[in-house]
Design a protein around this ligand. Structure first.
Ligand code: NDP
Length: 289
């Protein structure tokens, strides 16, 4: 039997999620706080619920895609009695701490709870390249996996509901740091008349070529053995010092590259200049499980 699905929250992402369920033929009920965001979905076959209670009652699987952790409580706290015994998937971005709190909250009311982190933008939903990371109830994940796969490849990380959010934010940390580096580079090249757009085209190829080495870098970090450098820290320090100097000469603020220089300098000052550059990782005071 086709699972009936309710989507709570019809922002850009909630609309994309609901559309994927509708297109796959699942009976889909949608609800949004403000009126008028369900028009296209209703035209495509979704049912519009007037209240959260009506929306939750309508389906086997409830998907929440709201703004933040607080809005999830605002919407769902009044309907815990109806949610009891149902399957709730939270695809609202929440910090790991918030996801764990929601899992406890759900357990207190007998709600089966799975937390998810969406690694896609709305137009990617349902297409190759979209993935959603999950943690929390294994049973819910297994029972509804086929439906969840409609959104993007579904991967389960464990019963600790905060794990998917942690991986989500770890990936986003890499993305935001990469974009910040791009903005810095754009500020540099614009001083010689190269547009940020042209630089973006150049940088996308360059950064993509460099990311191939990430698994190797990760393996070095995991081994804890930095004694066989692919690129020694002394070399990296010379490069980063030159980037800082060129940026200063170009009048670009050092917030981004200065932070990288600090991490490198700490390792070199501790006598690790001949070690592999992946040792910069140790400047972050990492803890392993
Ligand atoms: P939008 O800002 O487009 O939509 C936010 C939604 O939350 C709207 O439906 C809004 O309702 C609702 N909302 C906000 N506050 C409340 C509240 N207090 N009570 C009830 N409803 C509320 O965001 P997105 O749809 O883009 O994102 C939704 C979630 O998905 C976020 O957590 C986001 O981080 C996550 N996500 C989004 C991605 C993206 O690229 N867009 C990528 C990955 C994750 P109303 O229309 O009434 O304002």
């Amino acid at each position: 039997m086709t699972t009936s699905v309710t989507v709570l929250g019809l922002g850009a992402m909630g609309q994309a999620l609901a559309a994927a369920f509708v297109q796959a033929g699942h009976p889909t009920t949608v609800w949004n706080r403000s009126a008028g965001r369900d028009t296209e979905l209703v035209a495509a076959g979704a049912k519009s619920a007037q209240t959260v209670a009506e929306a939750v009652t309508a389906s086997d699987l409830i998907v929440a895609c709201l703004l933040d952790h607080r809005s999830v409580h605002e919407v769902l706290d009044p309907v815990t009695d109806i949610l009891a015994g149902r399957a709730l998937v939270n695809l609202t971005s929440t910090e790991p701490r918030g996801s764990r709190e929601l899992a406890e909250w759900a357990a207190n009311y007998g709600i089966d709870f799975l937390d998810g982190g969406i690694m896609a933008v709305p137009p990617m939903i349902g297409l190759p390249g979209s993935s959603v990371l999950y943690s929390g109830s294994r049973e819910l994940f297994d029972n509804h996996r086929a439906t969840l796969e409609l959104l993007g490849s579904a991967e389960y990380f464990g019963t600790d509901a905060g794990q998917a959010a942690l991986v989500d934010f770890a990936l986003l940390a890499g993305m935001y740091a990469m974009f910040a580096g791009f903005y810095h580079g754009a500020a540099m090249v614009r001083t010689i008349g190269i547009s940020a757009e042209e630089f973006g085209q150049r940088a996308s190829g360059w950064i993509a070529a460099m990311t191939g080495s990430l698994p190797r870098a990760g393996a070095t970090i995991d081994s804890g053995d930095y004694s066989k450098p692919f690129q020694p820290l002394d070399f990296t320090k010379a490069a980063v010092d030159a980037i800082v100097s060129a940026s200063r000469d170009a009048g670009v603020d050092l917030d981004i590259v200065g932070a990288i220089k600090n991490l490198v300098d700490r390792q070199v000052a501790d006598g690790h200049g001949a070690d592999s550059s992946e040792r910069i990782f140790e400047s972050l005071n990492p803890r392993a499980a």
